[in-house]
Structure formats: C-alpha cells, structure tokens
Write a new protein. Structure first.
Length: 133
C-alpha cells in the first residue's frame, strides 16, 4: 500500500467502516488492528449485527481522515484468518483483553485492499491519487 495511506492509517487507527444492507449504507467506527502489506485487519464480536451484515455482503469501504488528508480503501472481507494472526491481534491490542476473555470470543476480518484513494486538500489543486491492487 502507498506510504501516504499507511502513514495515515498508522497515526489514526479509527476508521469509518461502511457496509451495505439491502442496498442501504451502514456506517460505523472500527479500529484497525493490524496492517500487513495491502491487508488491513479488524476484529469484532460474532454476535454483533455488523458481523451478520458482513457475512451476507462482505463488500466494504473504509475511510480515514486526519485534518485535510484522507484515504479510502475498498475491498471484500476475508473471514479465514490463521490462528496465529488472531492470537497476535488479541495480544497486541490492549483494549481487546479488557472487553473479551479470550481471543476465540472474537471474529477476525481481513480487508485485502482492491482499490484505494488518497486525498490531500492542503495542496492547490487538491491531490488525488488512485490505486488499483
């Protein structure tokens, strides 16, 4: 993934996470748990409505905004996350053990970036860089 996008995601791990349910957009805040190349990982409870929504329609977009710079990434969620990666995410994110007893209480999601856009409104004209992966 582009360094500008990675830098934004590393500084601001809370992203707007958009799904579609019956053709209607649903937006919520998710925290990025891990980035590996063009793969962005998330975790959620399998009991939450968003998990059922993703199972029905795994196409998502995320948006990260910091000041006048923002990045958007789109792709299709992959639910097949190796056990070692699940453990790593649980053990390296201090908030998760406070909310869940075990790493097995969570559903882990991988968003392989299919496309990305980087915007910077501080430049004249504004910067827009599009990436297809």
């Amino acid at each position: 993934m582009d360094e500008k996008i990675l830098e934004l995601f590393k500084k601001n791990k809370e992203v707007a996470f958009a799904t579609s349910v019956e053709g209607k957009p649903h937006l919520r805040i998710f925290q990025i748990m891990k980035i590996d190349g063009n793969d962005i990982y998330f975790a959620t409870s399998p009991k939450k409505e968003v998990y059922a929504q993703l199972r029905e329609n795994p196409h998502v977009a995320i948006l990260d905004l910091k000041g006048a710079s923002f990045a958007r990434v789109s792709g299709t969620i992959d639910f097949d996350i190796p056990d070692a990666v699940q453990r790593e995410i649980f053990e390296t994110n201090p908030v998760l053990p406070h909310l869940y007893e075990s790493y097995t209480d969570l559903a882990y999601l991988r968003l392989p970036a299919e496309s990305a856009d980087y915007f910077d409104l501080r430049t004249t004209p504004p910067t827009l860089i599009h990436y297809d992966f």
